[in-house]
Design a binder for this molecule. Structure first.
Ligand code: DX5
Ligand code: ZN
Length: 219
């Protein structure tokens, strides 16, 4: 199953309900990039604003926490309509416990790795992971180029999941997904795709989501 998750990072922040509505009939989840200006050199949403967005969204939310020392902060960013919450391996002191905490909030637990972090770090954490997120850009900004050099990590992650028959664990790619890169990511084994600028800089965001899905399904 393919999931397309538009990121609203490059949407109009003054009308987020309207921006979400544009993809409400075609997207699976909204990907919400939370940045704290510490873990990454950019700031997006406070915990309060994050919960507000989750609550008014017409679609369930996939929360991507690019937040330093995140272990104790996860619950501040949680609200009912969030289905998944992702933390960065690099920002956790105790990733295993933090992933367990996310599950105890009733959310799918995501673990993201930056481009310089090897995929092997996820291996021993797999029993606590519901989604592996391989970053194909340096986190912090939308609109960067897709790093095809990350595909061996995606392939290895897919092998981990197959070997352990972890069929319910999602494998997400975040960064630079577009009509020209989604097939590469799909062939490497990803099933869940974040797309920010490709969707929100297109004339018709809803139809762009459909086009991305069709490409991923057909390859
Ligand atoms: C980058 C964010 C991404 C970003 C993707 O730090 O995690 O989710 O919004 O945007 P595009 O698709 O433009 O690379
Ligand atoms: Zn993201």
């Amino acid at each position: 199953m393919i999931r397309i998750c538009p990121s609203i990072l490059n949407a109009n922040f003054d009308d987020l309900p309207g921006e979400i509505e544009k993809v409400a009939s075609t997207a699976d989840l909204i990907h919400l990039d939370v940045m704290d200006n510490v873990f990454v050199p950019n700031f997006t949403f406070s915990p309060e604003r994050t919960r507000e967005i989750i609550d008014f969204s017409a679609l369930p939310i996939d929360v991507h926490l690019m937040v330093a020392e995140v272990d104790e902060k996860v619950s501040q960013y949680s609200s009912k309509n969030a289905v998944s919450m992702t933390v960065h391996f690099e920002a956790c002191q105790d990733p295993l416990q933090t992933l367990k905490n996310i599950r105890s909030l009733g959310k799918r637990a995501g673990l993201a790795i930056k481009p310089d972090t090897p995929i092997e770090v996820v291996e021993e954490l797999l029993p606590a992971i519901d989604m592996i997120v391989v970053m194909t850009v340096e986190p912090g900004f939308g609109g960067q180029s897709f790093m095809a050099s990350m595909m061996p990590k995606v392939e290895k992650a897919r092998r981990y999941l197959e070997q352990r028959k972890l069929n319910d664990v999602w494998l997400q790619i975040d960064g630079g997904i577009s009509l020209s890169t989604i097939e590469t990511a799909r062939r490497a084994g990803a099933d869940t795709f974040v797309a920010g600028s490709a969707v929100y800089k297109s004339e018709n965001p809803g139809s762009m989501v459909e086009q991305l899905r069709t490409l991923a399904n057909d390859c």
